[in-house]
Design a protein around this ligand. Structure first.
Ligand code: ASP
Length: 583
């Protein structure tokens, strides 16, 4: 005998009269003066069961024992519901199963929360994730995630990519985060790092003639957890030989568009717009601008050079945004606080009243020419940033997002994908003062910028980012395929040849044995799926996530290890603060 003939969401009126066996979870049980109604549920939906004491006294006796989330198997005849009992909201709402046999397969203890309960504490939901997973939202999200992954695999396969497995336990790769370390019993005192990404392995695959590599790769990064970040996450990781930037972008655009198609959603138009990094910073104050709304940053440095307003006259950069809102003083005071959070000392503004009046503490210092240059219509406010260009970009970029969110300027139905290209090759590390990479040190300079050592800050790279509605979905680049250029990057970063060889000798060596030009990309899968699912938090689309403290409420991991286990690994645990008598 099979456990079930149909899934719970499948019975339809054209099967009325058929004898059926169903199995699933008790969603609800209702006693109606003798008749017992049960909603039987599985991932496909719900079917109403009716147990009649006269027709099926044994089943009726068992039905009384049923509680929510018991697992049962039932047998009976499918019947049409009386017209007044039809539920048009349910696909199975025209039928019900007249049960004559009912078997309890598994019982449930009283539940820590009801599946349809709202505002359940998240840690509690994660502690009992197997219950939480039965909810529609989790079922939908995990299935949506599967559809996206399948669609990606199809796209990759159609385009000649092969899935090559690369090690999780490796040497640290510099992707800008801390490594998780794995001790090795066979070599006490030594550690593997869990791969922050398969970056170097995929490059070695290119040198190895794989031509087109991809992987749904798990990556580990020891960073603080946030709504869009977990310790471990997956990415669509790919690499291609003999390609230019546009070839990589083309594949990624296809992967994104096909995923929309697979979900039956209107895909974004291709090609996705490309914006230069300098342009993005100048116009939006960030390298991942949200382009669902305008509110572009405008330039006023030249026009304010001789300004009588000293702050403007002396500032390296003066820029502004024009907000379509006549702000009150109280609102401006709040915006000033926001600007200060982004590093501003204050917030200069001009309110252009609907009455045509310009209200501003600084208006009296500004010339007609200056005021005209700010060109704001009645009923708007000009917000300024003045100072170092990076600071001004940060402050106005932050304000731009803030006011757009408050004023609802972004079209909630718009899906704007775009690329940011032409990043600088190096930036100054704020802590050490050394030059460091923006993406990772394997990114190639643009053609003509290979001699970057004299002026590293001026070199541009072949790095590109994919942005969706202001979220960075992923990054990639055309890589360095010449060992002399790679060695020069390490040198510029302040690494001695000895250090570079110690850490990356294998790469430098491989680059000397016939490395084809190559490039690739990696897109964070959970973030992509979360945005697809309209979930603000990636924990909603991960089956078993960690909470922000870094713990797994379900298994209780991480846990301390006995001293003898650690000793075998060559490790001695320091006392924790609590053991020290601290807090
Ligand atoms: N390894 C990079 C990352 O994980 C992606 C790439 O450059 O392909 O962000």
């Amino acid at each position: 005998m099979s456990w079930r003939d149909l899934r719970c969401g499948e019975p339809r009126p054209d099967q009325v009269g058929r004898r059926l066996t169903l199995a699933g979870w008790v969603d609800t049980r209702r006693d109606h003066g003798g008749l017992v109604f049960v909603d039987l549920r599985d991932h496909t939906g719900m079917c109403q069961l009716v147990v009649n004491p006269e027709h099926a006294p044994d089943a009726h006796a068992v039905a009384h024992e049923l509680r929510n989330e018991f697992v049962v198997q039932v047998e009976g005849e499918l019947a049409a519901r009386a017209p007044e009992a039809v539920n048009p909201a349910l696909p199975t709402g025209g039928v019900e199963l007249q049960v004559d046999r009912l078997r309890i397969l598994s019982r449930s203890t009283p539940l820590p929360f009801q599946l349809d309960e709202e505002h359940v504490d998240e840690t509690l939901r994660l502690r009992y994730r197997w219950l939480d997973m039965r909810r529609d939202q989790m079922q939908r999200n995990l299935r949506l995630s599967h559809t996206v992954v399948q669609s990606i695999r199809r796209t990759m396969d159609e385009r000649g990519f092969i899935d090559v497995w690369t090690p999780s336990m490796t040497r640290g790769t510099p992707e800008g985060a801390r490594d998780f370390l794995v001790p090795v019993r066979l070599q006490p005192g030594k550690f593997f790092a869990l791969a922050q990404s398969p970056q170097l392995f995929k490059q070695l695959c290119m040198i190895g003639g794989i031509d087109r590599y991809y992987q749904i790769a798990t990556c580990w990064r020891d960073e603080d957890l946030r709504a869009d970040r977990q310790f471990e996450f997956r990415q669509l990781d790919l690499e291609m030989a003999f390609v230019e930037r546009e070839d990589v972008l083309d594949v990624m655009e296809a992967a994104v568009v096909n995923a929309f198609d697979a979900l039956g959603r209107e895909p974004p138009a291709r090609p996705f717009p490309r914006i230069g990094y300098d342009d993005a910073i100048a116009r939006y104050g960030t390298d991942k601008p949200d382009l669902r709304f305008g509110l572009e940053i405008q330039e006023a440095t030249e026009v304010t050079r001789g300004s009588e307003f000293g702050v403007f006259a002396g500032a390296e950069a003066v820029r502004f945004i024009v907000v379509p809102q006549e702000y009150s003083r109280a609102e401006l005071a709040r915006l000033e606080e926001v600007a200060k959070e982004w590093g501003a000392k204050g917030l200069a503004y001009i309110v252009h009243g609907a009455d045509g009046e310009a209200r501003s503490p600084i208006a009296k210092f500004l010339s007609e020419r200056e005021l005209a240059a700010f060109g704001a219509p009645a009923g708007s406010t000009v917000l300024f940033g003045a100072g170092e260009p990076e600071l001004v970009a940060r402050v106005l970029g932050g304000l731009r997002l803030h006011v757009a969110r408050e004023l609802g300027l972004a079209d909630p139905d718009a899906e704007v994908f775009h690329w940011v290209i032409d990043f600088p090759l190096f930036q100054r590390d704020e802590d050490t003062g050394h030059w460091t990479f923006l993406h990772h040190p394997f990114t190639a300079p643009i053609a003509g910028d290979e001699d970057f050592e004299d002026d590293p800050g001026a070199a541009k790279s072949q790095h590109y980012d994919l942005i969706w509605n202001g979220w960075e979905l992923g990054s990639g680049s055309i890589r360095i395929h010449r060992s002399d250029v790679q060695a020069a990057v390490f040198r510029t970063m302040g690494m001695s040849d000895e250090e570079a060889n110690g850490k990356f000798g294998f790469l430098l060596e491989a680059l000397e044995m016939g490395a084809p030009p190559h490039g690739g990309f990696a897109m964070g899968l959970e973030r992509f799926v979360a945005l697809m699912a309209g979930e603000p938090d990636i924990r909603q689309i991960v089956a078993f996530p960690k909470v922000s403290s870094g713990a797994d409420p379900l298994t209780g991991a991480p846990t301390p290890m006995p001293a003898d286990v650690l000793r075998d690994l060559g490790i001695e645990a320091l006392p924790t603060e609590a053991e020290h008598g601290g807090i």
